[in-house]
Design a protein around this ligand. Sequence first.
Ligand SMILES: *Cc1c(COP(=O)(O)O)cnc(C)c1O
Length: 417
Amino acid sequence: MNLEQVFESYKENIMPTYTKVPLVFVKGKGSKLWDIKGKEYLDFFPGWGVGNKGSKLWDIKGKEYLDFFPGWGVGNLGHCHPKVMDAVRDQISKLIFIPNNYHHVPQAKLAKEIVYWTYPAKVFFCNSGAEANEGAIKFARKFGKGRYEIITFEDSFHGRTLATLAATGQKKYQEGFAPLPEGFKTVKFNDLEAVKKALTDKTVAIMLELIQGEGGINIASKDFVHGIKKICEEKNLLLIVDEVQTGMGRTGRLFCYQHYGITPDIMTLAKALGGGLPIGMMVVKKEIADTLQPGMHASTFGGGPVICKAALASLTAIQKEKLLAKAQKTGEYLLEKLHKLRDRYPAINEVRGMGLMIGLDLNIPGKPLVEKCFEKGLLINCTHDTVIRLMPALNISIKEVDRAIDIIEKSLIEVLK
Ligand SMILES: *Cc1c(COP(=O)(O)O)cnc(C)c1O
């Protein structure tokens, strides 16, 4: 397919649920991506006489982009990490899929590995972040034996299924989908008093992201998190930490909760866990994990062999390539550069972040800046209208960071003109 045919197929055959940038990518490596629109040729002898349609051809090597938001949080290893590719190739040639009424080795290994790096727990495998959170919500209700209310937070994001949408503290995503499942109370983030006021004898859990990603890179304060943990212990509530975006080294620790010195009762994972392939997981504290018994919850594709092998390879790469230390160091460097930009451009309100999860809070709309950066070959994201979200691969090089900063500054100057 050429560029026009791709666009045509999307228009005719795919539901328009995404705001799309008119770019078609064909290849990725590390923090680089190439689009389909290579050099354009006017073909005056198409197909040696075969081609009677259209006169344009593009070569495969398109424009190169630096990806500072790989896979919307999926690409912690960048694109096409060779070890993940090898693992997938190897597994796919042996056994592609085994349903969850049997056992297989990659699933056993991955579960063991995750529990090793977290806390005494048992895991449940699924396919996405929403599904992991949906599982956590169901788990809490079963655990509650009649208690069912879950406290969640303004500007949170937990997914697009009905229950996770109800948990998500953003009206704009809920509009038009009523009635949503009951039992969620949304209160102000980083406000412990608001949490206390929302407690009732029906409360069973508190669910939060330690850094709200989609909500604009809002970081939970230590006091707030410790306060919540204390409430959970006193009232026998489950602390559900959504690490779908913050997990797998994004913040400089393997999991963000490790910065806070607390342990969740349930942690949910997805996005970067599979090294680019779809997987979700719920990690439940061991002493309560048997709450869900055979038949109570399931996912057909959850934790298949190929995806588990990919996740294992990804975890190994994070350790072997010391990507946690790297994310911390590179994150500090990037933050420092951005702070310098802020000092020079009043259009930048605030810079905040942890590891390589960084937000650039503007007092102008972010979209024009994002578009200028695209033009100059840098892919970034804007969330909450004014927050530029930077989440490059953990193995991004300093040179690439410098290039990104340069493009951001040049784009900012153009936008401010
Ligand atoms: C992306 C995201 C989700 C939803 O994950 P999907 O895989 O898209 O269902 C849930 N929680 C957080 C914090 C996220 O960033």
